[in-house]
Design a protein around this ligand. Sequence first.
Ligand code: ZN
Length: 111
Amino acid sequence: MNGKNEKFNQSQKITSRNYKEARRSLFDTYPSKHLFNNHDKRVKEIRYCAICGRQLTRYRVKDNKYETIVKHFKLDNFDGFVPLSICWDVRYCGGHLRTKEKKEDLKNKEA
Ligand SMILES: [Zn+2]
């Protein structure tokens, strides 16, 4: 998982070691991407990052709208794939995955 041309197999589990390849593979699969900035209100649903699972949008009860809480891309493909969302910055994914893995490690130790 270090060669530049290394192909990510999309059935693989995404971890803090292969997430960069996984992102590249998604960007290759989805030719169209739209950027959503923080506090963007064009969003109409709760979104999670397809790479790290971080929550990217939230619902605001006070004005009955959704808004972006993490800057992200929405990826679209015209061949019938479900649109995906993905953190804007690769470091967001890395950081979130490492935090999640640390928590899982702790849980496994306790079990
Ligand atoms: Zn992410």
